[in-house]
Design a protein around this ligand. Sequence first.
Ligand SMILES: CC(C)(COP(=O)(O)OP(=O)(O)OC[C@H]1O[C@@H](n2cnc3c(N)ncnc32)[C@H](O)[C@@H]1OP(=O)(O)O)[C@@H](O)C(=O)NCCC(=O)NCCS
Length: 341
Amino acid sequence: MTTELRRTRMVGLGGFVPERVVKNDDLKQWMDTSDQWIQERTGIRERRWVDWDKKIGSSDLAVEASKRALSDAGMVPKDIQMVIFATLSPDHLFPGTGVFLQRKLGIPVGAAVLDIRQQCTGFIYGTSIADQFIKTGMYDRILVIGAEVHSTGLDLSTRGRDVSVIFGDGAGAAIYAPAVDDVSYIISSHLHADGNSAEDLWTEYPSSKEMPQLDPAEVAEGKTRHFPQMKGRQVFKHAVPRMAESVFEALARNGVPLADLKMLIPHQANLRINEYVQKQILGLPDDRVYNNIQRYGNTTAASIPLALYDCRREGKVQKGDLVCLAAFGAGFTWGSVLMKL
Ligand SMILES: CC(C)(COP(=O)(O)OP(=O)(O)OC[C@H]1O[C@@H](n2cnc3c(N)ncnc32)[C@H](O)[C@@H]1OP(=O)(O)O)[C@@H](O)C(=O)NCCC(=O)NCCS
């Protein structure tokens, strides 16, 4: 006897970015940089950063994105049975940010709340985890969130400019439920990692390996281990083939030709990475790859749901369209989700 597993569909989607717009030229108040350098290397024109005086955390941005996803799904917070929260910029070291969202949003006490990291691939991993829980019948309504407040943790001096010009704050949320037809459902998800390059994109400190105090002498010398550090060229070199592989893997596993793909929603790390994958490897026209990094910078775990949210709002994808989500990020981690929206 074979048991048919259920399938999962996305029933709600929401995105949120803070109001404060930081243009490339605005960054010059902290560091030596230029609009031309940033646009040429990354495609970014501006990003949204939280108002630093207001003590806004990832959970606060997540609340707003989740409200929009709930409204899109025609649901209220008490409908949610499980939260999967992806962030590399948690409100606090522990507990995970998911419980703060649970409390602020009014998700019932007793619901399951799971925090994951996985950085830029966080939403892909989160979606895949939700898919497994729904397929097996354990839950019927799962909220998956990617949310980041990067701006409070960046080295804004010239020393940190290669990293700090790239990152933006934001949140994206999706609600998953059992599929009811063949029009709208997750087809497959594909998750990967390679810890050999973990230090190519990381924040080393604070670390449980050392007593948690910053040495002022180290900071004065520029050893800023508490800020993100990136070997940009290494990241670029790995990101391009891994993103492309992720798309090919999803299509090949399901015997779907690239021509059938309505829209690729790549992680928004760098417009140059996405354009290279689109033009040099996949050969897709501009209207089948969606980018919004120009407006938001790299919002890490939030970038894919935010991009899908904007893409759908602009009418470029609709229910039932074949969409591939693909990401690469710190870890390194990478992966994809193929779905009928
Ligand atoms: C970060 C990145 C844009 C840097 O571009 P690059 O061509 O590799 O540039 P380099 O780091 O070699 O630096 C080139 C020069 O620009 C300078 N520079 C770096 N950041 C700068 C900035 N924000 N403004 C102006 N100049 C800058 C460097 O100091 C260097 O100057 P030098 O030649 O005088 O030494 C690029 O490596 C990249 O996009 N990598 C992938 C990053 C990514 O996607 N990260 C997220 C993954 S999830």
